[in-house]
Write a protein that binds this ligand. Structure first.
Ligand code: CU
Length: 178
């Protein structure tokens, strides 16, 4: 009976030891996970690399929303032909929350452009008087719509805006071509 007890104690100890060993292992795995996680934290760099790769084939995509925003305030491309897709991911009507993306020549006065644009409803807010400052522009989109444009661009930094009345102060960004 005493022997059995001792055996049981031994077994329990063994189990405890195993368990503790298991815990150590788990802890080790956990630590490993944390290390991996730190690696994940570095992912933005990986993401940036991907973004750079995307820019290499010069296919850009950007969304716009019912909250009157572009989802990116910076786009990168290389000189040459660029394909850009604008997606309106909202639900609102074009007449209320219409968006476009207009790429402007360097040095264009955004305030002046936007004032002229507000009077150009018939031309989807692309003012005839400012056409010389437009490198490229999408159609005016309502919720759920998208438009893809192709244009050629040289090295430089360009402003892009939405020219729907009142939007350009918030809906703007930089297209960096290098
Ligand atoms: Cu807009």
């Amino acid at each position: 009976m005493k022997k059995l007890f001792r055996l049981t104690v031994l077994s329990v100890c063994t189990i405890l030891a195993l368990n503790s060993c298991g815990d150590d292992k788990k802890e080790a795995e956990h630590n490993h996970e944390e290390i991996t996680y730190e690696g994940d934290n570095a992912e933005p760099q990986i993401g940036e690399t991907v973004a750079t790769e995307a820019a290499v084939d010069n296919k850009l995509a950007i969304d716009c929303t019912d909250q009157m925003q572009f989802t990116k305030n910076e786009l990168k491309a290389t000189p040459g032909t660029v394909t850009l897709t604008l997606n309106h991911i909202g639900k609102m009507e074009k007449s209320v929350m219409g968006h476009n993306l207009v790429i402007l020549k360097t040095g264009t006065d955004i305030g002046k452009f936007s004032l002229q644009a507000a009077d150009a409803k018939a031309n989807e807010f692309i003012p005839e008087s400012e056409k010389g400052n437009v490198i490229a522009h999408t159609k005016l989109l309502g919720g759920g719509e998208s438009d893809t444009i192709e244009f050629t661009i040289e090295k430089g930094t360009y402003d892009y805006i939405c020219s729907f009345p009142g939007h350009s102060s918030i809906m703007k960004g930089k297209l960096i071509v290098e």
